[in-house]
Design a protein around this ligand. Sequence first.
Ligand SMILES: [Fe+2]
Length: 290
Amino acid sequence: MVMKSPLWGAELDHIRLDSEQPDRRVAFYRDAFGMAAVDLGDGDTLLQGAGRRLLIGRGAAGAQPYSGFRLPDEVALEAYRGHLAGRGLNLMPSPSPLFADGAFAVADPDGRQMVFGLPRDDVPTASPAGKAAGLPGRLQHVVVATADLAAMVAFYQETLGFVPTDHVLRDEADGGQTLTAVFYRSTPEHHSFAIFLSDGARPDHHAYEVTCWNDIRDWADHMADLHIKLWWGPGRHGPGNNLFFMVEDPDGYKVEISAELENMADGDPVRQWPHSERSLNLWGPGWMRT
Ligand SMILES: [Fe+2]
């Protein structure tokens, strides 16, 4: 029998984005991604649509200070809290207004917070308007970049319990190999979180999962209506085997539309991919972080 990670079943619920010009960023996600904007009254804005929501506030340009992962239920959340406390981790109050009492946060080696909790049921709701409101797109994964991948792997894998699905490895002149990316899952879906080696700690991108390839067409046509150019793709990733394209938000942060993300079986071993454009995009050019 395969032992399940105590994190198993956790899904990405929301992320927080900060900006020096939050109104501009709010307008972008409202219009481009079909989300209704709700003023939470403290300078923060909730963007929400079908299966997707995020928070936008005032802060450093392009920052993504925390990600909120939703545990399956209270029993799982309390078991996970106990697991992390038992490992000596500093559990901090949740910074997220979208999670109920009982949520908590931890800081990763780069200072970014991961928040674990259950959705509160008294969050203000609003219905998005416009064509994109009807397009499917479930918030599915978030990705960060780091200059210290070893420390991040130790934290996310060994301490938090994310399950590694795929490794990307760069061949070095001395015959060795350098790990340049790790894709992590917390459900059967190929990844809910990933880390790329880069020259510094920064947000990388987040993704909305759609139901089929035709949805990618419809999202791309919608972006065209708004004169938003595709920044990368359409293409097909090696790790995850998903179809995708990306656009840039007004702060230069990348946002992905993805379809047909691979599902993994329990106990599947970690696979290895070469550090190459082809691994990142089987169809064409790759976005190389290093
Ligand atoms: Fe992605």
